[in-house]
Design a protein around this ligand. Structure first.
Ligand SMILES: [Zn+2]
Ligand SMILES: [Zn+2]
Length: 318
């Protein structure tokens, strides 16, 4: 399977502004020498040396991940504002223009995870089939409520595509497009579910955002470690720094340090830091990444775990 990130931010969409772009240009110009800008090739070489915060941006859209199966079927995880561009890309590629089918898994119904649905172009094409999967029992009711006329001009029924709602209870394993999937409830205000997808060859992808973990105080931590065990890729809520996570108990999010501890205990191969704090700019996200590397090197230097920070457009083959 292939994973593509369309929205990586937590809580609220947070695009960068003109001042931030100007600041990046200023920093880059300070770093460049005359030799760096002599030719297109030297410029390319120079760009490669820059930190990610200067040559790009982690992105401001909220949670939306695309999973493309070996059978070339699309599964979407969460419908944050990143879903808008994913929908446009599907239509532009002729995939969802009236005869297409995709499945959308929703972890919970906080705004930052459902707000993109009304701007998802494929849902307006008659003949498209959109299958919703969730361990949230009354998901359809919640999505209908989001679109009553006082909140949005069109109701769910006025969107032309066929919409099919599938509830599956926590912990049950089912199959879709050649993948096995299951869910596990996580600690988060209002409730939230993590989803795990496993290929026939055993390779697995776990999405676990909007989740507050504490290794010391959680009685059932072993059950989670078993659930995450040997995952090839684990996308984990790391909205806070470690210090913030100690202050923001019960806010429903975790830190990169806690995520790293859990990933190491579970023998995860790759940990993706995700659901970034909206007040963190790109320079701060570079720092979060560096601190996560340092923490891992300090606590488990010989473990094979790789850590990366999610950014819009990031792709991973599993
Ligand atoms: Zn969220
Ligand atoms: Zn949430």
């Amino acid at each position: 399977m292939k994973i593509k990130f369309w929205g990586v931010r937590g809580s609220i969409a947070s695009p960068i502004n003109g001042k931030m772009v100007e600041q990046k240009i200023r920093e880059v110009l300070k770093l460049a020498s005359p030799a760096d800008i002599l030719s297109p090739e030297s410029i390319d070489r120079f760009l490669q040396t820059l930190p990610y915060s200067l040559k790009g941006t982690y992105g401001g859209n909220t949670t939306c991940i695309e999973l493309i199966t070996e059978e070339d079927q699309t599964i979407i995880i969460d419908a944050g504002t990143g879903l808008r561009q994913l929908g446009k890309s599907l239509v532009d590629n002729g995939k969802m223009t009236g005869k297409g089918e995709i499945s959308i898994f929703l972890s919970h119904s906080h705004w930052d995870h459902i707000q993109g649905l009304m701007f998802f172009l494929p849902i307006y094409f008659k003949g498209n089939k959109i299958k919703f999967y969730s361990s949230v029992e009354n998901l359809e009711e919640r999505l209908r409520y989001q679109q009553i006329k006082t909140h949005f001009p069109l109701t769910l029924d006025e969107m032309a595509a066929d919409k099919i709602f599938n509830h599956f209870p926590e912990g049950v394993t089912e199959e879709l497009y050649g993948l096995e999937f299951t869910s596990k409830a996580v600690r988060h205000p209002g409730g939230c579910f993590s989803y795990k997808f496993t290929q026939p060859d055993g390779k697995s992808f776990v999405f676990c955002s909007d989740a507050e973990f504490s290794i010391e105080t959680m009685d059932n931590i072993e059950a989670y470690i078993e659930y995450f065990r040997n995952a090839d890729v684990l996308v984990f809520d790391t909205q806070y720094t470690f210090e913030e996570s100690l202050q923001k108990i019960d806010w429903g999010h975790s830190s990169a340090a806690i995520a790293t501890d859990i990933a190491i205990k579970s023998n995860v191969k790759k940990l993706i830091l995700f659901h970034h704090e909206p007040f963190y700019d790109d320079a701060k996200m570079d720092l979060v990444t560096i601190n996560a590397f340092k923490y891992k090197d300090m606590t488990a230097p010989s473990h094979f775990l790789k850590i990366e920070t999610a950014y819009e457009g990031m792709e991973i083959d599993i």
